[in-house]
Write a protein that binds this ligand. Structure first.
Ligand code: SF4
Length: 342
């Protein structure tokens, strides 16, 4: 994904339209780039409203991008022009939605639900389609298949429904899977089993998975790399171990500090002051500066460039740039050290 932007124009009144005023824009996603290798799980983290799910929808081309391009296996995907590329893209990129209770047609049996996309993308002999559907159900942990095949969604539990939705997505053997908060509506006791499935799809089937969640503890288990989003942009990206254990960007530090850790009583929380800014009136300079406890004068004027650190973390913060190294040191002494995770 290169330079993704998704801006939504806000509907304006008749008078504003007559006066020729430009409609305001909600900049839900504002310049996001990343790549996911085959067999990799990339976690996309951030608070509600930061643009995570819109990014996922844009990867699937379910929302029209304002700007940016998608490349699958090195090829630009121009879905508007090329019908055959469109069909291949629909097979290559699949999604598992958050809510399994609404993701399935209540009139379809389990087998019919899983067969439907297979019949679209692999027209041909029915036996082969059935074999694919059975394989997908088994991979999703619904074995023996005969026990589930003829059941309807209302006869299944939440965990079983999500497994059917997963089987429906992997039945066409996609290269890329977008998992948008796939366990947040499930009981804690069955989350681990579902997450283990995603891990096996990446490891055994070579799928590239974009795992969108605000549950950072599940990212530690599942992801190789993690990207932290704030107000439509990625502010920190890097290996999951580094980003989750030693975050560098002040927002990422505050986010990680909010994760409860077992047996760590008295651990310092870092509540952020101020409100989440309105995506229609994005602050100048660093978008995080109105809430940042270590903001410097430059932060409200100049957007920080991304800096690659030796740990592999890519961070957009003025504290990382050489020209601000002294200020960074001062800020670090007074502020960042306060933020450091204990
Ligand atoms: Fe804070 Fe400035 Fe870094 Fe933004 S650029 S996170 S305001 S220190």
């Amino acid at each position: 994904m290169d330079g993704l932007e998704k801006h939504y124009p806000v509907r304006q009144g008749l008078l504003a339209a007559m006066l020729g005023r430009q409609p305001a824009l909600v900049r839900a996603v504002d310049g996001v780039s990343f790549r996911i290798a085959p067999g990799e799980v990339l976690g996309l983290a951030g608070e509600s409203g930061c643009g995570k799910s819109t990014t996922g929808m844009a990867v699937l081309d379910l929302v029209t991008r304002t700007a940016g391009c998608i490349r699958v296996a090195g090829r630009d995907v121009d879905l508007k022009r090329d019908r055959s590329a469109q069909l291949a893209f629909r097979r290559d990129v699949q999604i598992v939605f958050q809510n399994p209770f609404e993701a399935l047609n209540p009139r379809f049996t389990v087998l019919e639900s899983v067969l439907e996309p297979i019949a679209v993308h692999f027209p041909g002999r029915r036996e082969e389609q059935l074999a694919r559907a059975h394989r997908a159900l088994e991979r999703a942990g619904l074995a023996p298949v005969e026990t589930y095949a003829s059941r309807y969604p209302h006869e299944l539990s939440g965990g079983q429904l999500q497994r059917v939705a997963i089987a429906r997505s992997i039945g066409v053997e996609p290269r890329i899977l977008v998992a948008d908060e796939p366990v947040s509506m499930l009981d804690v006791s069955i989350r681990a089993g579902i997450l283990a499935l995603f891990r096996s799809f990446a490891r055994d089937m070579g799928m590239a998975i974009l795992y969108i969640s605000h549950d950072l503890s599940t990212m530690r288990y599942l992801c190789q790399n993690v990207a932290v989003m704030y107000l439509g942009r990625i502010v920190e990206y890097g290996p999951a171990g580094a980003v989750l254990s030693r975050p560098v960007h002040p927002y990422a530090q505050a986010l990680m500090a909010s994760v409860p850790v077992r047996g760590r009583r008295g651990r310092k929380r870092l509540p952020l002051s101020g409100q989440v800014p309105n995506a229609m009136a994005i602050p100048a300079g660093c978008r995080f500066h109105p809430r940042c406890p270590v903001a410097m004068p430059i932060c409200s004027a100049v957007a920080p460039p991304k800096v690659m650190l030796a740990s592999g973390q890519e961070v957009a913060c003025h504290l990382m740039t050489k020209t601000n190294s002294q200020e960074a040191q001062d800020a670090s002494d007074t502020g960042t050290n306060r933020l450091a995770l204990r």
